[in-house]
Design a binder for this molecule. Structure first.
Ligand SMILES: NC(=O)c1ccc[n+]([C@@H]2O[C@H](COP(=O)([O-])OP(=O)(O)OC[C@H]3O[C@@H](n4cnc5c(N)ncnc54)[C@H](O)[C@@H]3O)[C@@H](O)[C@H]2O)c1
Length: 370
């Protein structure tokens, strides 16, 4: 293994703080700096994790020539502007989901990454969850047979989350249910049609002009005879957290459990079913970061990040994500997802919401690959 080290800076220290010790313990990373606007909290976290280089201003951070890569975990509407600015400043970028909130931003991310010749990776937790890795392993061993259909859902009540979530169009945060459907067949989305359903509280509607409680979309995969379906809600429905995907294969199908605490079901032909205990995939990682597939950095106290609790630890994905980002830089290859896949997964949701606002009209998803 190479002993080269990438100097990483983490931006946004809510969810983002989960990644600090992972980079600190990865053999190919140096957690060089942290950045967030509030100085008191910045210093608290900097002191706790012994990170010396601290920034309250993102623009100052990306001027620092020692920073090789930034990992952005700021609020949604900053993802694209910060990613584009960092790429233009010559930094590699890892960015939490979604990559952007408009198609134009997606285009600008691709342009900036191409021009800078730097990696951009959207840090999509689901495609490194143990459930996804388990289904991927079955695919690679030929156990699924021909893949026929995928379905994803991300059902989450966002009441009480920071204000920028209030009234957000459900499909503007759809990558958790879109990504596994596309990643498992190595596909990209071609076009989408989506319907909205129900109505959220009147005081929330004005924030983004989006009235729907649920949005449900069908999406065609480019150059494959496959399509998939995804469902999302954020407000005014009663449902335990669920971030699921189902896959229907000719030999084996995988269906997510209905409620937390149960196990997924494999359908193995005819009427045969079995519940499965999905294994952990920590063995794929360098030893120093294996522990983070099963626990978050705040496990020792009451400050566990809510998304980690609700999302069942995001399926142990955090160290896998950091590892993939770093290895793509060390091995000078595109990451998975690369910039094109990242924006394609994001644009499914953006275009789906546009479709819902137009009564289900089919919307073509732009292809930014050369
Ligand atoms: N499963 C997942 O992939 C997952 C889970 C949780 C959150 N997220 C993503 O992570 C992001 C952050 O989530 P959160 O719950 O920590 O949000 P949050 O609003 O609680 O925290 C945002 C952080 O960004 C910092 N910040 C805000 N503006 C900034 C600026 N201009 N420059 C530098 N730092 C700035 C804040 O100081 C804070 O530390 C969200 O946008 C969400 O999309 C992803």
């Amino acid at each position: 293994m190479s002993d080269k080290k990438v100097n990483v800076a983490i931006v946004g220290l809510g969810f983002g703080a989960e990644f600090i010790p992972i980079y600190q313990r990865h053999p190919n990373a140096n957690l060089y700096a942290i950045c967030q606007r509030n100085k008191t909290k910045l210093d608290q976290i900097g002191d706790a994790f012994k990170v010396e280089k601290r920034y309250t201003d993102f623009d100052e951070l990306i001027k620092d020539p020692n920073v090789d890569a930034v990992h952005i975990n700021s609020p949604i509407h900053l993802h694209a502007p910060q990613a584009i600015a960092a790429l233009k400043a010559g930094k590699h970028v890892a960015c939490t989901v979604p990559a952007a909130t408009t198609v134009e931003e997606c285009k600008q991310i691709v342009k900036a990454a191409e021009k800078a010749k730097k990696n951009y990776m959207m840090m999509e937790t689901v495609v490194y969850s143990r459930e996804f890795l388990y289904v991927r392993e079955m695919r690679d061993k030929g156990k699924l047979g021909r893949i026929q259909f995928m379905r994803g859902s991300h059902l989450q009540n966002m009441e009480g989350w920071p204000g920028y979530w209030e009234g957000l169009p459900p499909m503007h945060y759809a990558t958790h249910c879109v990504s596994p459907c596309l990643a498992i067949v190595k596909g990209e989305a071609d076009y989408v049609s989506c319907l909205g359903s129900g109505r959220i509280a009147e005081n929330l509607i004005g924030k983004y002009g989006s009235p729907f409680s649920f949005e449900t979309a069908h999406c065609k995969i480019r150059n494959q005879d496959l399509s998939f379906e995804v469902t999302r809600y954020l407000f005014n429905a009663s449902r335990q957290y669920r971030e699921s995907f189902d896959l229907y294969g000719e030999k084996t199908s995988f269906e997510w459990q209905l409620a937390e605490g149960d196990e997924p079901i494999l359908h193995t032909g005819g009427e045969k079913t079995e519940k499965v205990k999905v294994p952990d995939y920590a063995h794929l990682l360098p030893e120093g970061i294996r522990q983070y597939t099963t626990k978050g950095v705040y496990d020792a106290n009451e400050h566990k990040h809510l998304s980690f609790v609700q999302g069942s630890g995001h399926g142990g994905s955090h160290p896998h994500l950091a590892h993939e980002f770093l290895m793509s830089l060390i091995e000078t290859r595109p990451s998975f997802p690369d910039v094109y896949q990242s924006v394609n997964w994001t644009m499914v949701g953006i275009c789906a919401h546009e479709s819902a606002m137009r009564g289900g009209e089919i919307i073509k998803i732009p292809d930014f690959r050369r």
